[in-house]
Ligand binder design. Structure first.
Ligand code: SRM
Ligand code: SF4
Length: 554
């Protein structure tokens, strides 16, 4: 059957939704259930929310013949991951009043709050709105949060590059005002559904992601995006971007048609051409993407059908200009630079280690309280990194002692300094207990697994090796596990595939090496790999490059 006659069910829901309104108002008012009507569960994603349930309590609820414990996760739209101190305070308060309380920094530089009950969604959105924050298009078949290299000292023109993240985000926002009507009770301005030249009635076939890197750091993992922009700076001036297309990390166990792919660099666009080029890649995906099978709907699969050359030709045709020759660039790292650093304007920033992006107060450190106290001084902005950390940023020389005293008082400086190198470079996705797709634990398990891997590194004298290790609870790749030197991908509860051979800079994906390992097997495998690496590696050869040469190529 042709794709046209075999549209995925979500296509019908989008088209019939009247600008993403659906029956959300009615769904919200239904007090008999904590859930939304089925079609509305797809629509809320476009408003930055997911319906979830507490998976730890499913059995208990089912045994008691109770509905699962439904709640909502809300993700903010924060291009480039920036919050003012006032916004941090607001977010802290919203988290306490309406969610589990944990502020979760994501791998795309924004924040999620979990456990929000249906009746709390509107108050949450309303408080965010008062603080100048929204969750529009943070999820759904649209362009998602645009990421940008976070560290202010990556370039003297960081702010200019960072502003592009906002410009792109605004350009690619859906035109519907349904967010304001449904969640903020604003009046409908027009009877007809708003026209949307970019998304039209069906939106995109699938999610769409854009990231901007400022070489030499690739902290946003630029090539894992549908569109990656690599800043080109000449004589201290941003002259444009190398534009890449077709990144995406998800695959499905047992489905050989699905695979992780890094974006292909297509060519160079000037600053003036950039927005047009990004816009037209989106329209190409809108017009050519697969609307029958959502597993094969991302741009990477559209490129399979069009070919890279075909995509480039179509892009140039739609843009009305040719892409330039790719400008030389090189990435040397993807890590965050922890501790205090000074930017070119003489402003200070402190990059704080947040294990797996979870800001909370626990027995080790009162991080959430500390960050609130810092925000309350009004002397620092907050920037999230693609590695799930937070940068306490833009601190004036005169204000540094105040912020530093709080860092010391709450032992945040020691917390960052004392964490091991492996831990500081690691990422884990959310997984249990909220992610409905999780097959195995990730953020709740990785810290204890690292406790057990660290002694192995010590045994082999590798504790200072900046190995990038990432874990995801399933092959969707939210913690970008396919783009790591050691990747764990959940297969079943307590079991993971072990992937090795990815490079340190994010330009080569890893490869599956062993399947379905339990913890004991993970530790014995790593012990063996570390021993061979230590004995046989070349000078300065990274674990990823060594593993690739030794075990993947051969
Ligand atoms: Fe993701 C779905 C969490 C970054 C690929 N992702 C989900 C959902 C919403 C599960 C669901 O569909 O119901 C997860 C919610 C868990 C929870 O309880 O919070 C979820 N993804 C996350 C976050 C929070 C992981 C984290 O710990 O930081 C990240 C939020 C990013 C953001 O702020 O927007 C997150 N997700 C990613 C990334 C990494 C990236 O973009 O840099 C990827 C891989 C890159 C890519 O897109 O290919 C990623 N998430 C997916 C996929 C697979 C998409 C596909 O092409 O098939 C799904 C499943 C889906 O869409 O059907 C998914
Ligand atoms: Fe959930 Fe899988 Fe994404 Fe982890 S990788 S958050 S388990 S969808």
């Amino acid at each position: 059957m042709s794709e046209k006659n075999n549209l995925s069910p979500v296509e019908r829901i989008k088209t019939a939704s009247e600008g993403l309104r659906g029956t959300l108002k009615e769904s919200l008012q239904d007090g008999l259930t904590g859930a939304l009507y089925e079609d509305d569960q797809s629509l809320i994603k476009f408003h930055g929310m997911y319906q979830q349930d507490d998976r730890d309590r499913r059995e208990e609820r089912t045994a008691k013949k109770l509905e699962w414990l439904y709640s909502y996760m809300i993700r903010l739209r924060l291009p480039g991951g920036f919050l003012t101190p006032e916004q941090w305070v607001a977010m802290h308060n919203v988290a306490g009043e309406h969610s589990t309380g944990t502020i979760k920094i994501t791998t795309r530089q924004t924040v999620q709050l979990h456990g929000i009950l249906k009746s709390h969604i509107k108050p949450t959105i309303s408080s965010f709105n008062t603080a100048g924050l929204d969750s529009i298009a943070a999820c759904g078949d649209v362009n998602r949060n645009v990421t940008c290299s976070a560290h202010p000292n990556e370039s003297e023109i960081h702010e200019e590059v960072f502003a592009f993240a906002d410009k792109i985000s605004v350009m690619a926002l859906p035109k519907t005002r349904s967010y304001y009507e449904v969640w903020l009770d604003q009046e409908k301005l027009v009877e007809k559904t708003e026209e949307d030249p970019l998304y039209q009635e069906r939106y995109l076939p699938r999610k769409f992601k854009i990231g901007i890197a400022i070489p030499p750091n690739n902290d946003v993992d630029v090539l894992t995006n549908d569109v990656g922009l690599i800043a080109v700076i000449e004589n201290n001036k941003l002259i444009g971007f190398n534009i890449a297309a077709g990144g995406g990390l998800s695959s499905t166990h047992g489905n050989p048609n699905t695979y992780a792919r890094l974006a292909t660099v297509l060519g160079f666009v000037t600053v003036e051409q950039t927005l047009k080029a990004v816009y037209e890649v989106i329209t190409i995906q809108r017009d050519y993407g697969n609307r029958a099978d959502r597993k094969l709907a991302r741009l990477k699969y559209t490129i399979d059908r069009l070919t890279v050359e075909g995509l480039k030709e179509e892009l140039e045709k739609r843009c009305g200009f040719k892409l330039g020759e790719i400008k030389p660039y090189s990435f040397t790292s993807r890590k965050d630079h922890y501790g205090w650093k000074k930017n070119h304007q003489g402003k200070w920033y402190f990059t704080l280690f947040v294990e797996n992006g979870r800001v909370l107060d626990d027995e080790q450190v009162a991080m959430k309280t500390a960050l609130l106290e810092i925000a309350k001084t009004g002397k620092a902005n907050f920037r999230f990194t693609g590695n799930q950390n937070v940068i306490i940023a833009d601190v004036l020389e005169a204000d540094k002692p105040v912020v530093d005293a709080l860092l010391q008082q709450f032992k945040l400086d020691a917390h960052t300094e004392n964490a091991g190198v492996l831990r500081k470079n690691a990422i884990a996705c959310v997984a249990f207990n909220t992610c409905p797709l999780a097959l195995a634990e990730a953020q709740r398990y990785l810290p204890t697994l690292i406790d057990k891997i660290e002694p192995l590194l010590n045994k082999h004298g590798l504790e200072e090796d900046e190995i990038i290790l990432r874990m995801t609870g399933c092959p969707n790749g939210c913690g970008r596990s396919s783009a790591s030197e050691i990747g764990f991908i959940g297969t079943a509860y307590g079991h993971y595939n072990l992937h090795i051979g990815g490079d340190r800079e994010g330009e080569r994906l890893n490869t599956k090496f062993k399947e379905n390992l339990n913890e004991e097997q993970i530790l014995s495998s790593l012990d063996e790999l570390f021993a061979v690496y230590k004995a046989e590696r070349n000078t300065n050869e990274t674990f990823g490059d060594f593993s690739y040469r030794k075990w993947i190529l051969n």
